[in-house]
Structure formats: C-alpha cells, structure tokens
Design a protein around this ligand. Structure first.
Ligand SMILES: [Zn+2]
Length: 323
C-alpha cells in the first residue's frame, strides 16, 4: 500500500484515505465511502482488524469478521484499495501514505487524532457529512428489539356458543350466562401458559337496542371475576357493538378486533389460535392469518373453507393446541 501510494503521488493522483470498522454494512457506510471518493482520485480504505475493533468496542464486536468486512468494502463502487490494520488508530499508516485528503466521521470532526500527521504532510482533513442516524450499534439494537423478544401469542376465544351456552341468543344477564362443559377446566390449563387469553365477541344486540354497552360491561366484569375465582386469567375482551348493516371493521368475520390485539397487546397473529363455534370465526381466522379450531358442527359446504381442526369441546380444542 505504501509503494502504491508513492506511485500514485508520482503520477499526480490525489489520494484520499478513510478508515473504519465497517461492521454490519449499512447505507451510512456506503454514503461515507462515496463522499470520500469525491474528494480525490483514488480512495484507499483501512479496515480495523477484529482485534482492533475488540480493543475499543468490547468482546462482542465485530459481528462480522475482518476478511468479510474488507471484502464488502472492496465491493463498493469508488473504493480502489482496501487494507486491514491492527492499530487503534491509522496515524502510523497515514504518516507513510501521506494522503492529500483524509476523511473522518462527523462525530470526531476536524480535530481528530489524525489531523496533525495529515497536515504535517500537506494534506487536509475532510469531515464527512453522513448522518448519525446510520450506525451499526443502532442497527444491532433494532434487530434485538425486533427479534430477540419472545413472541406474544394469543388464544382468541369467541364468547357466545364457545364459552357460554348461547341459549335464546343476545345473552346479557348473568342469570342467563351458563358456562359450557369443560370451558373452565380448559381455560385453567391455558392460564398457566404464555398465551394471552383474549375474548373477541360480536355483540350486535347492543346496536339492535336489545341491551346496552353498560349491560355488556357488567356481564363481562362478572364473567371475568367468576373465572378469576376459578383460576382462569382473561387478558382482554374485545367486542363489536355494531349491527351487520353498519358495515364496521370489527364485526367478525372482519378482523378489526384482532388488529386491535396486535396494536394493544403486541400479539403475533400467525402464532395465535382462534377457537369458536361459528362459521364467522373460522372465516375471521382465515382473514387474519390465525389458526382456527371450530367447535360444534362442520362448516357449510358452500363456503369451501375448513378450520385447521374441529373439536367437540373446549378442553379438546385446548389439548389440541397445547399438544
Ligand atoms: Zn363492529
């Protein structure tokens, strides 16, 4: 590299140097290298060795080894030559290369450690204008935030006909609310797992004026409390108060209530299940990319749509999910 720089200088070429660890290449690196190239004729890049990166970033860095990092840098248009260096700084190298321009990130600025040696040999420091938004540390943090957290899964449960006997329909008083066989036992099993337990229920009786939101909320509070006393955890209840004519986004088989669970609870839908007795539950599950278990009878043939499983009871459904 030293001989190359001597040769370039003899041929009147303007030499630009730049250095960095280039760990996990991102667009900030590319922009910096391109800007560096624009400062002269030939761009020489020095990549910190693994040992050198470790010495100032700690034992977990670099993520990518030095050969691959150097190859990636070499592959970028405008980069003419790449070398790996072992020191903490490039001062020693620059004293021999004697670049006309040495580029530096804005976080170090003009008064960087290389300034003295570069200016002594008639060169200048160019501070790159790349934004601080690009950084490998930020990239790593984003990856961890996105992928290293446990997935939040939910069991979505329909209410009427699934948790309680639907009776004459429009159930809104605790006197009429009868838990179906095996529901409490099954939900108790679910309550000791990581699954969020979320009830999603169409309550068009509210929109039809058969009962009020207050009635619904009272019954819900009673239901949650009754289940709690029996060791069952209900994490959330979503309801759609609209009639079919209102054409809302929340009434199943539409998926508004499921999307709410994504936003509010962070649920991953395709890791979740929906248990329901109605065709609309199965269609909603399909629409929301949730696996479904249908209780009760088969799906109408004309729908040409099947749930992932059928079950005769809630306990059978839950056992199917928990394996
Ligand atoms: Zn609705």
């Amino acid at each position: 590299m030293i001989r190359l720089s001597q040769d370039l200088r003899r041929r009147g070429k303007k030499i630009v140097t730049y250095n960095g660890s280039f760990d996990l290449m991102h667009v900030g690196h590319i922009k910096s290298l391109q800007e560096a190239k624009r400062q002269g004729d030939v761009l020489l890049v020095f990549v910190n060795s693994d040992e050198s990166v470790r010495s100032y970033k700690g034992p977990h860095r670099p993520v990518v080894g030095q050969i691959e990092r150097a190859e990636l840098v070499a592959g970028i248009e405008g980069v003419d030559k790449v070398a790996i260096f072992n020191d903490q700084t490039v001062v020693n190298i620059l004293s021999k290369i004697k670049p006309q321009v040495h580029c530096n990130g804005s976080d170090w600025g003009k008064n960087c450690i290389e300034r003295e040696v570069v200016e002594k040999n008639g060169g200048t420091i160019h501070v790159l204008g790349w934004e601080k938004n690009f950084s490998t540390s930020k990239l790593i943090k984003r990856i961890i935030d996105t992928y290293a957290k446990p997935t939040i899964k939910a069991i979505f449960l329909d209410r009427d006909g699934t948790i309680n006997d639907n009776g004459e329909g429009y159930i809104h008083r605790k006197e009429d609310f009868v838990f179906l066989p095996s529901v409490i036992e099954a939900l108790r099993h679910l309550s000791v797992t990581d699954y969020k337990i979320v009830i999603v229920t169409n309550q068009s009786g509210i929109g039809r004026g058969r009962y009020t939101v207050k009635d619904f909320n009272c019954l819900t509070a009673w239901m949650i409390n009754t289940l709690k006393k029996k060791g069952v955890r209900i994490d959330k209840v979503y309801h759609c108060p609209h009639t079919p004519d209102e054409d809302c986004e929340c009434r199943k088989p539409r998926i508004g209530m499921f999307l709410q669970a994504v936003t509010e609870l962070g649920v991953s839908l395709n890791d979740s299940w929906l248990i329901g007795d109605d065709d609309r539950d199965v269609i909603a599950g399909r629409n929301a990319n949730i696996k479904t278990i249908k209780l009760g009878g088969p799906m109408p043939k004309e729908l040409k749509l099947e749930p992932n499983h059928y079950a005769k009871s809630m306990i059978e459904a839950v056992k199917r999910i928990l394996g």
